[in-house]
Design a protein around this ligand. Structure first.
Ligand code: ADP
Length: 273
């Protein structure tokens, strides 16, 4: 694997001293050019991890390193240039009156030169298939288009890592698929690492690696195949249809809700693989 990475070393976090720990002794590494899907129940700590990764929060215990540099109050601007974040609701991320202003905003924050900014606006809108929309009002775009612009804003800063925190959750399956395809293309062109926080099982199966969170701890870490291996073995030993709904429940309990209720084993397998 490459030498750029995000590393969590025994990280524990709580929002306030008198509150329970939200993350407990969490350690993992995100490698260069890798796509890691992070899944788990609501409240299991995924968004907190995302915020720690780009210095919106700092841990009380342990250490977070981005390319070997500890994430602290004094390194946070460097870190945010390297680690971009896209959230669930693009409306909350829009600040400008035009698409161009919006894409420029992140770069202005990082003090980029104007010529470079103009170049990057064009490049990043092209990368997400939104060239020609520079003068459009962000609020009038469709959900998918808004999310593309939000991604372009992050790309313009030229990060090495992009975190998508439920970034496709508000889109329909088609929109979701399109956005993920766009992101995959950009990832391979630019050698990016992707961290996607998701409930979408299809997205999980496409990732290189999955981290399953449960109550503030890592429940499992491995390839999607490893994750589903146990379940597949159970299906192969000839369990009948009622088992499928039981399995769906089980996956849900494990923080892996199915995107739809499968009708039979074949459909379930198709959904899982
Ligand atoms: P997930 O992304 O897996 O749904 P979160 O990281 O959002 O989980 O939340 C983990 C825990 O931290 C939950 O118990 C949640 O209620 C709590 N939490 C999240 N944000 C805050 C906050 N700003 N203040 C206090 N508690 C919070």
């Amino acid at each position: 694997m490459g030498n750029t990475q995000i590393e969590f070393r025994n990280v524990s976090f709580r929002y306030q001293e008198d509150m329970p720990w939200v993350l407990k002794d969490v350690s993992f590494t995100i490698y260069n050019n890798e796509w890691v899907a992070m899944i788990g129940h609501n409240g299991s700590g995924k968004s907190t991890i995302a915020k720690l990764m780009n210095g919106l929060l700092f841990p009380q215990e342990g250490e977070i390193l981005v390319d070997g540099q500890p994430v602290t109050a004094s390194t946070v601007w460097d870190i945010r240039r390297k680690v971009g974040m896209v959230f669930q609701n693009p409306d909350n991320q829009f600040v400008g009156t035009t698409v161009r202003d919006d894409v420029a905003f992140g770069m202005e924050n990082h003090g980029m030169a104007r010529d470079l900014m103009l170049e990057r606006i064009t490049e990043s809108l092209e990368a997400v298939g939104m060239n020609g929309y520079e003068r459009h009002e962000p609020h009038r775009l469709s959900g998918g288009q808004k999310q593309r612009v939000a991604i372009a804003s992050v790309l313009a800063v030229s990060p090495q890592y992009i975190i998508l925190d439920e970034a496709t959750a508000m889109l329909d399956p088609k929109g979701r698929k399109e956005i993920m395809e766009t992101i995959r293309e950009v990832q391979s062109e630019r050698d990016l690492s992707l961290i996607t926080i998701t409930h979408d099982l299809l997205e999980v199966t496409q990732a290189d690696r999955v981290i399953v969170m449960n109550k503030g701890e890592i429940w499992m870490e491995g390839t999607p195949r490893e994750l589903f291996t146990k379940k597949k073995q159970l299906i192969e030993i000839g369990l009948d249809t009622p088992f499928v709904s039981k399995l769906a429940d089980e996956l849900k309990d494990a923080g892996l809700p199915l995107t739809r209720e499968p009708l039979n084993h074949q459909e379930l397998l198709e959904e899982l693989w």
